[in-house]
Design a binder for this molecule. Structure first.
Ligand SMILES: Nc1ncnc2c1ncn2[C@@H]1O[C@H](COP(=O)(O)OP(=O)(O)O)[C@@H](O)[C@H]1O
Ligand SMILES: [Mg+2]
Length: 252
């Protein structure tokens, strides 16, 4: 079992979107994957995977009101441990208990942990329960600056940073280039995920992009990242000329 935390420092970088899609992509490579919403205060992973965010959830488990197995859902080939969407669920929730909750679930090949933004207690818990981390960054200075803090803290907690995922990339001249991201964060950019309007549509339907638009450049980038992380061979989808041209134009 490997636990992989998806973290960033800054909010809104694309952690939850990546967590849902990476988990489903890894399951497509035959792995038994659990994805956990560890954003205790702003849980919203359930929407990306189209699962119910009402009780019992991780919040009930952390409050000692439910058994972890009761809170598990299954969607799109992955197990999901959603957080609660209600504000009142935050009462009596103890994020410190996350570690013991995850220990019970160690039968999975991979546990993907969707971390909150910032460097508060829940983030520290998510980092410290994970063996490895991916830093999600956007090609802009604030995002990279915040990710650097997370990188340093991850190092102090003994979480191995596998690399960065540069997401919401548009290829615009003002964007920070990959090599600069790598220099600042002192880690490799493992994937570049383009800005894709389908991400929003996919979330509206509760279906991750890798299933909603599997031939889109963003979905293919996630699929390749999943393959690379798992040591699997990535085979791009065979797509028609129209889509190929569209993808090419999109990348320019
Ligand atoms: N590749 C992408 N293309 C377009 N929009 C994206 C992409 N990745 C994420 N988003 C959008 O960015 C916003 C923040 O994403 P989210 O995954 O919730 O970030 P975080 O979990 O880091 O706060 C959402 O509106 C989401 O739809
Ligand atoms: Mg999030």
């Amino acid at each position: 079992m490997v636990s992989l935390v998806i973290c960033s420092g800054k909010g809104g970088t694309g952690k939850t979107t990546l967590s849902a899609n990476l988990a489903v992509a890894m399951a497509q490579y035959g792995r038994d994957v659990l994805v956990v919403d560890a954003d205790i205060e702003m849980a919203n992973l359930c929407f990306h995977l189209g699962v119910d965010g009402s009780s019992p959830t991780l919040h009930d488990v952390l409050a000692g009101k439910a058994d972890v197995t009761e809170a598990l859902r299954e969607a799109h080939g992955v197990k999901v441990l959603p957080g609660a969407i209600s504000l009142t669920a935050l009462k009596h929730t103890d994020p410190e208990r996350l570690e013991e909750v995850l220990r019970v679930l160690d039968a999975h090949d991979v546990i993907v942990i969707d971390a909150p933004a910032g460097l508060g207690r829940p983030v520290l818990t998510a980092l410290s329960v994970s063996e490895a981390a991916l830093l999600v960054v956007n090609p802009e200075i604030p995002s990279i600056s915040d990710a650097l803090k997370t990188r340093v803290v991850a190092g102090k907690l003994g979480t191995s940073v596998l690399g960065a995922v540069l997401t919401r990339w548009r290829g615009a001249p003002e964007e920070i280039p990959v090599r600069d991201v790598e220099t600042v964060l002192e880690t490799k950019v493992l994937a570049t995920i383009p800005e894709d309007a389908n991400v929003r549509a996919a979330c509206s339907f509760g279906v991750p992009l890798v299933l909603y638009k599997p031939d889109s450049p963003a979905a293919q980038a996630v699929k390749k990242l999943a393959a690379d992380l798992l040591g699997e061979e990535y085979r791009p989808l065979k797509i028609g000329l129209g889509r190929r041209l569209k993808n090419l134009l999109f990348r320019l």
